[in-house]
Design a protein around this ligand. Structure first.
Ligand SMILES: Nc1ncnc2c1ncn2[C@@H]1O[C@H](COP(=O)(O)OP(=O)(O)O)[C@@H](O)[C@H]1O
Ligand SMILES: [Mg+2]
Length: 139
């Protein structure tokens, strides 16, 4: 799953291909600097799971739920969280028990919260402005 992603559209398509393969219980951690493409990839993952909703980053509600696709999807952005305790306050443990897919942007801010089956992806900008995504076995 290491790939160069030339455009935002290519990043969405990468996410879509990933989303089409996901199963209940999968957890996807997306890391990388602000603007690296985590939300673009998330839009694709959610589309690949069959949702028709244009995904946006959770802000005040802290988690967005997409229930209209093949599996329920729960999208977190840890950048919005003050600390790990706040993630539990919004029901982290309950979401982990759901038979759905969890996507976490900025998962590396609180890596200890992520279960062992988590798949970790790191996005980087290249000097050309393209992005590169690398799958890591762990952080
Ligand atoms: N190859 C690319 N992949 C993803 N985003 C890209 C790419 N090239 C340019 N962009 C732009 O970079 C920004 C990425 O934003 P976003 O996905 O919200 O980043 P993040 O969630 O990592 O902060 C968008 O404005 C997008 O249009
Ligand atoms: Mg984002």
């Amino acid at each position: 799953m290491n790939q160069t992603l030339a455009t935002a559209d290519a990043t969405q398509k990468w996410g879509q291909a990933l989303g089409e393969q996901l199963q209940a219980g999968d957890v996807i951690a997306l890391c990388g600097h602000l603007g690296a493409g985590k939300t673009q990839a998330t839009k694709g993952i959610i589309a690949g799971l069959g949702s028709k909703i244009d995904a946006t980053s959770p802000t005040f509600t802290l988690v967005h739920e997409y229930l209209d696709g093949r599996l329920p999807v729960f999208h977190f952005d840890f950048y919005r969280m003050d600390d790990a305790a706040q993630v539990y306050t919004v029901g982290w443990d309950d979401f982990l028990d759901e038979p759905g897919v969890i996507i976490v942007e900025w998962a590396d801010l609180f890596p200890d919260l992520l279960p062992s089956q988590t798949r970790w992806f790191v996005f980087e900008s290249l000097p050309t402005g393209e992005r590169r995504v690398m799958e890591k076995s762990a952080l």
